[in-house]
Design a protein around this ligand. Structure first.
Ligand code: ATP
Length: 268
């Protein structure tokens, strides 16, 4: 189920933070949203999972404007892992994941066997099956994250919108999560700070800068040194990963990009 974001404008209390953003997330692909702090990634994602309303422009799911869908219809199409991982749920891990089944329930209907199987499968996929009886509040940040991801899986939507899903995860769990997303082949729109992870797992990237998309395309075409200098303010070489052949960004951690250097317009 393809996502089209068209000329999107989003504001908080009159302050526009996403201004005229366009992007596409193709069916079954992993589409990455990257950009510096405050560039508008979370805000854009919140409009796609309908937590925020656009001030102008629109979000289409398989050609249908989100505004034409009810909240339940949206929840059957889009599951989200928001950046706000709060919710000090006084619930067990299993109960939190079972919340993902809500869009399919009539009021006060209980869980059936199919729901229980879906929840168990989602917990196993997120590597949290052994914690199913634990209290959510007693988990580490990374474990909570994986439980909330399992809740999104249990929602069984064609679209996943994930805001920094690898945040808090150790490197092994980052690799596992990204491999799991690839294996699922759902339409996935994901914000990532780790540009090397984005280069490895995303089919297409959109670079957000000051609320607008300034570059789009396959990671190899987008992640060029000039763009990294201009948008992220860093010096970097882009080489080939010796194991995978993916683009590998070797950052200069000693000094930022020289603001006076002529880096050209990488995305022209
Ligand atoms: N709830 C809010 N109310 C008011 N302003 C907000 C709110 N959330 C974000 N903003 C502002 O909107 C701008 C974009 O923030 P957003 O969180 O979308 O960026 P981001 O690219 O996801 O950043 P980060 O990489 O730091 O997570 C920032 O200037 C931020 O201060």
């Amino acid at each position: 189920m393809r996502i089209d974001v068209e000329d999107l404008h989003v504001a908080y209390a009159g302050r526009t933070v996403v201004a005229g953003a366009h992007l596409i997330a193709d069916e079954g692909e992993i589409t990455g949203l990257v950009g510096p702090n405050g560039s508008g990634k979370s805000t854009l994602l919140r409009t796609v999972y309908r937590h925020l309303k656009p001030a102008a422009g629109r979000v289409l799911l398989a050609g249908t404007d989100l505004r034409e869908l009810s909240p339940v219809q949206t929840a059957r199409r889009v599951a989200a892992l928001p950046q706000e991982r709060g919710g000090d749920f006084e619930l067990t891990v299993r109960e939190v994941v079972a919340m993902g089944r809500t869009p399919y329930k009539r009021a006060f209907a209980g869980e059936d066997t199919a729901d229980r199987d879906i929840v168990a499968r989602a917990l196993a996929d997120a590597g949290m099956a052994e914690h199913d009886g634990c209290r959510f509040t007693e988990l580490s940040g990374g474990e909570r994250q994986r439980v909330l991801l399992a809740r999104a899986f249990a929602q069984q939507t064609e679209i996943l919108v994930l805001d920094e899903p690898t945040n808090h995860l150790d490197i092994r769990h980052q690799v596992e999560l990204l491999a799991l997303l690839r294996a699922q082949r759902r339409t996935t729109l994901v914000s990532l700070h780790d540009l090397n992870a984005a280069a490895s797992v995303c089919d297409r990237l959109h670079v957000l800068h000051d609320g607008g998309v300034v570059a789009s395309g396959p990671p190899r075409e987008v992640l060029r040194p000039a763009l990294l200098a201009e948008v992220f303010g860093v010096r970097a070489a882009v080489v080939e990963h010796p194991l995978t052949g993916d683009p590998l960004i070797a950052f200069d951690h000693r000094s930022p990009a020289d603001e006076t250097a002529d880096v050209g317009t990488a995305w022209a």
